[in-house]
Write a protein that binds this ligand. Structure first.
Ligand code: NAI
Ligand code: MG
Length: 363
């Protein structure tokens, strides 16, 4: 029996391309793992009305963690039309499978490193090195939504200006949800000897939910006296990140702001081909690139697999295979620095698989 069982979820579009590439590197380091293929994504919504089938949830329950490629998601009105005719008008509701698995498995941390690998021609500036901790289960992504608005809700104080034909998405931040992501950010800073944690919010306007997030941040920070607490409004942070990226170290944000800011941060450190994510709970974790399914490149083995290989590296750290994780990161550093093998986004013409093979050869 293998030491680890890993759910293997390519999903849609380039998800398969980048996972195939990543497997080359995992095989090279001889990870003692069994990879269990699991269905997820748009294809299964269209055919079965369920983008995260029950059989996949079962596989997740009996594995140590998952590697996830990417999925295609579409707005409700389009999603409904792409269901097979037998399922249309039967009350099936499209929900993003990645958001759902984060909630089902309580993967409350979304960790996204933003590191400018030296010599990467796509770096916005050299020397950028910070890590985003995004809350991953609540906030505007809680799935508490109304359209149309139920009559009883309109009677609640404060709802006078809302009409029945409005659409409402509720932003839900709980003290427990805020506390555990903020503690995770500070614990990480302590372990890695980082000097500063910045709280991302908009508490001057979004007073209840972001106010709570900031309040708990201020309280938690007192237990970490060696780490400098810092806070910023999400809008002004965007300009500061571009102006003074070296000032940032660890960022912690509620779900939506974290989602948006992390694409900006990915772009500062090489683009979506370099952004990796760990969706981490206390029992289970799902590792994935930050990017989506990029349908126009699907199956062409053209996109950069480094984001996904870095996600696999994060998985190895989480599993405790730190030596293998370091080996992979060193290999990626060398490939980037040497610059002989580059995918299209880096100005080269190597395929996803050639890039993975070059990295594997240096491991
Ligand atoms: P996307 O991230 O799929 O791609 C945007 C563009 O970024 C691509 O056209 C390509 O130019 C570039 N890109 C992405 N990955 C790359 C890579 N590995 N190497 C080089 N270049 C890369 O975002 P888009 O086009 O907005 O969304 C496509 C689909 O993906 C949508 O259905 C969206 O809902 C879904 N999506 C899924 C995510 C997930 O699975 N976690 C996350 C984001 C979007
Ligand atoms: Mg995103």
């Amino acid at each position: 029996m293998a030491k680890y069982r890993i759910a293997w979820m390519p999903g849609d579009g380039i998800g398969k391309d980048v996972l195939d590439a990543t497997k080359i590197v995992l095989d090279r380091i001889k990870l003692d793992a069994e990879y269990i293929p699991a269905d997820v994504g748009w294809e299964f919504w269209c055919k079965e009305g369920e983008p995260l089938p029950a059989r996949t949830i079962d596989i997740m329950k009996e594995t140590d963690c998952a590697m996830f490629g990417a999925i295609t998601s579409k707005p409700r009105t389009i999603a409904d039309k792409e269901l097979i005719p037998q399922l249309q008008n039967k009350g099936y509701i499209y929900r993003s499978p990645i958001v759902r698995m984060r909630q089902l498995f309580d993967l409350f941390i979304c960790r996204r490193p933003c590191f400018a690998y030296p010599g990467n021609p796509l770096n916005y500036k050299e020397g950028i090195d910070f890590v985003m901790f995004r809350e991953n289960t609540e906030d505007l992504y809680s799935g508490v939504e109304y359209y149309p608005v139920p009559e009883e809700m309109l009677k609640v104080k404060g709802m006078e200006r809302v009409s029945r034909d409005a659409a409402i998405s509720v932003k839900v931040n709980t003290p427990r949800g805020c506390r555990r992501i903020i503690e995770a950010a500070f614990d990480f800073a302590r372990q890695r000897k980082r000097r500063k944690v910045t709280c991302v919010h908009k508490a001057n306007v979004v007073r209840a939910t972001d106010g709570l997030f900031l309040e708990i941040f201020n309280e938690v920070s007192q237990s970490y006296p060696e780490i400098q607490p810092d806070e910023a409004n999400v809008d002004s942070l965007c300009q500061w990140l571009l102006k003074r990226p070296h000032d940032y170290d660890v960022l912690v944000a509620p779900n939506l702001y974290g989602d948006i800011i992390s694409d900006l941060c990915a772009q500062m450190t090489g683009g979506l081909g370099f952004g990796s994510s760990g969706n981490i709970g206390s029992e289970y974790a799902v590792f994935e690139p930050t990017h989506g399914s990029a349908p126009k490149y699907a199956g062409m083995y053209k996109v950069n697999p480094i984001a996904t290989i870095l996600a696999a590296k994060m998985m190895l750290e989480w599993l405790g295979e730190t030596e293998s994780a370091e080996k992979i990161e060193r290999a990626i550093c060398r490939i980037i620095e040497e610059g002989h093998v580059r995918t299209y986004d880096m100005g080269g013409d190597a395929s996803s698989l050639q890039m993975a093979e070059a990295i594997a050869a240096k491991c």
